[in-house]
Design a protein around this ligand. Structure first.
Ligand code: ATP
Ligand code: MG
Length: 204
């Protein structure tokens, strides 16, 4: 059985997610396969947009939900961005996606597949990225209190979203009360990807 290593990262906002994608793009090499999973709107396309930018792709990376496969060749490595959302498993099999990681018919690059759970034939090694929205969990006391009981000082204490985005050292607890946080699970399947994750640097 293929060895796996899993890392969980909480990205408190969009910029944090983009930072992880940016760093990952600096570590990948030709032949890298990224299988993305997560509900609608969890951030799969957003992740690949930042990833592609970091690879040196200046073209706007759109969601491939309707195009199915988008190819970008202007970066450090070719990027093949695929979205299986609209397909049945049987249709996915007939796409022969393995051609993208065989490197025979296409120049070897990075293959990033959204809704990868629809794949029937998994590659021997790959990086799995699972994104999940972290719901507003423990709302702060002042938000749960009926409005009439909130003093003006308390109301002022709740920052607006734009305030939070502008603050570099914002209070951790307050930031987590907005549903922008994503749990990003990076799961390396196989030796190549385990080594890749070992190069990952985390800021606390
Ligand atoms: N921390 C975060 N990380 C990623 N996206 C975030 C974050 N906070 C907010 N967002 C927003 O969540 C949305 C994610 O949408 P995106 O299209 O990337 O999701 P998706 O997983 O590709 O959805 P689909 O399954 O429809 O393809 C974007 O509007 C993005 O700006
Ligand atoms: Mg998407």
């Amino acid at each position: 059985m293929t060895e796996t290593v899993k890392i969980d990262i909480y990205a408190n906002n969009l910029v944090a997610t983009q930072a992880i994608a940016t760093q990952l793009a600096q570590l990948v090499s030709a032949g890298t396969i990224i299988l993305l999973e997560g509900n609608l709107g969890s951030g799969k396309t957003t992740f690949i947009q930042a990833f592609g930018k970091s690879l040196g792709i200046h073209t706007t990376i759109a969601s491939p939900t309707f195009t199915l496969i988008d190819e970008y060749t202007e970066g450090r490595l070719p990027l093949y961005h695929i979205d299986l959302y609209r397909l049945e498993r049987s249709q996915v099999a007939s796409l022969h996606l393995e051609e993208y990681w065989r490197g025979e018919d296409f120049p070897l690059g990075v293959v990033a597949i959204e809704w990868a759970s629809k794949l029937s034939n998994l590659p021997p090694e790959y990086l799995n990225i699972n994104l999940a929205v972290v719901e507003e969990s423990l709302a702060p006391q002042q938000i749960q209190t009926p409005l009439t009981e909130i003093s003006p000082q308390h109301q002022l204490a709740i920052p607006s979203l734009s305030d939070l985005e502008g603050e570099g050292d914002l209070d951790q607890d307050l930031a987590e009360d907005f549903p922008e946080t994503r749990l990003i699970e990076l799961i390396a399947h196989g030796e190549t990807y385990i080594k890749l994750l070992e190069c990952f640097k985390f800021s606390q």
